[in-house]
Design a protein around this ligand. Structure first.
Ligand code: AQP
Length: 334
């Protein structure tokens, strides 16, 4: 097998990515650009599935792209682009929506959760068809591997089913993508509610560490993270979800095993452990924050990177769409 094609995306739905986005997804993206033929995308079309303000979206899209470069994505080693600049995403999403059963789409838990929060009647149809747009993102690039967090597993399963369904009905067209999910970081949890996912839209500010947080804010949030009364640092998902989450974060950032880190702190209480973790997060995020500000200060350079990324992505996307059009019974695009 040749170099695997890798694709993933992230929504510009906040002014900063958070620690869960970073450890669950973006950190893997940086690693995979070295071994894979990688495309990464700021998925602004996905971001409009919830109520939004255009000026805010425009700003967040740029902040998202700048953060991705600041974390280590190198536009020479991967294709970095903004989804709406490649119109084939929306075009293929329509074709895939017409292959998806209404019942099948209704079973998507992200739609159920998000629509329940705002009231199912007012949820947009776009929120309902979000998974088909995500399938289009992935299938357009004949993707082999998709590095994501655990919350995206169900959507990825739908992408696989849609690829197989299209291939079966209309002839071999799409690669069937595989999830690339690292169990240790697949679900980083909220610091105040350590059984729930850390999330841009549902975590309270004290429960979420942003990539662009100032050092003092990071330290404070980690100091106040919910633990337990036992005072022993050890991995135990059932009895100690808060400490276990902090250990997983620690391990992912320094590359050691969580059990080895736990053994070093033992039963000495949580103060020193939290202080060291705060330092580690600050040391990792501060250079990223500074680089993000630098990339955001040069509009023309950022535009040039994103426009070039979109041009390169579009070349692949139009090839795939030409095949899809032919197999679907449409005339060629003119
Ligand atoms: N807590 C998490 N732990 C591990 N991975 C996570 N991801 C998100 N939260 C965690 C992964 O980050 C990537 C980009 O996510 P996204 O912006 O496309 O949307 P999301 O999954 O819906 O993330 P959020 O923060 O929870 O956003 P909202 O609140 O807007 O829904 C994905 O690979 C995701 O798995």
């Amino acid at each position: 097998m040749g170099t695997p094609r890798v694709f993933s995306g992230i929504q510009p739905t906040a002014d900063s990515f958070h620690l869960g986005n970073y450890l669950g997804a973006v950190k893997q993206w940086v690693d995979l650009q070295e071994t894979g033929d990688a495309l990464y995308c700021v998925v602004d079309l996905h971001a409009i599935t919830m109520p939004y303000d255009p000026a805010t979206l425009r700003r967040r899209t740029r902040v998202a792209a700048a953060q991705l470069i600041a974390t280590g994505l190198d536009p020479e080693r991967c294709i970095l682009f903004v989804q709406s600049q490649v119109p084939e995403h929306a075009e293929l999403a329509w074709v895939l929506s017409c292959l998806t059963g209404f019942g099948e789409a209704s079973r998507m838990t992200q739609f159920k959760d998000k629509s329940a929060k705002g009231g199912a009647e007012t949820a947009s149809v776009g929120l309902f068809t979000y998974p088909m747009l995500m399938a289009a993102d992935i299938l357009l690039y004949r993707t082999d591997e998709v590095p994501v967090g655990e919350d995206q597993r169900q959507h990825l399963e739908l992408s696989r089913n849609l690829a197989q369904r299209f291939n079966h009905r209309f002839g071999e067209t799409f690669t069937v993508p595989a999830p690339y999910i690292l169990p240790a970081v697949a679900k980083i949890t909220d610091l105040q509610d350590p059984t729930s996912k850390m999330s841009k839209s549902s975590s309270a500010p004290q429960g979420i560490i942003d990539l662009l947080d100032e050092p003092a804010a990071i330290r404070k949030k980690i100091n106040r993270a919910v633990t337990d009364t036992e005072s022993v640092v050890r991995v135990d998902d059932e009895a100690k979800p808060g400490v276990t989450n902090l250990l997983r974060i620690y391990a992912a950032l320094c590359g050691e095993k969580a059990d080895d880190i736990a053994a070093r702190y033992g039963d000495g209480g949580y103060g020193g452990f939290k202080k060291d973790l705060g330092d580690l997060v600050v040391d990792t995020f501060s250079p990223i924050r500074e680089r993000t500000a630098r990339y955001l200060s040069d509009d023309a350079a950022l535009d040039a990177v994103l426009n070039e990324g979109a041009r390169r992505a579009r070349k692949i996307a139009t090839e795939t769409m030409a095949r899809v059009r032919e197999r679907s019974g449409f005339p060629p695009a003119v």
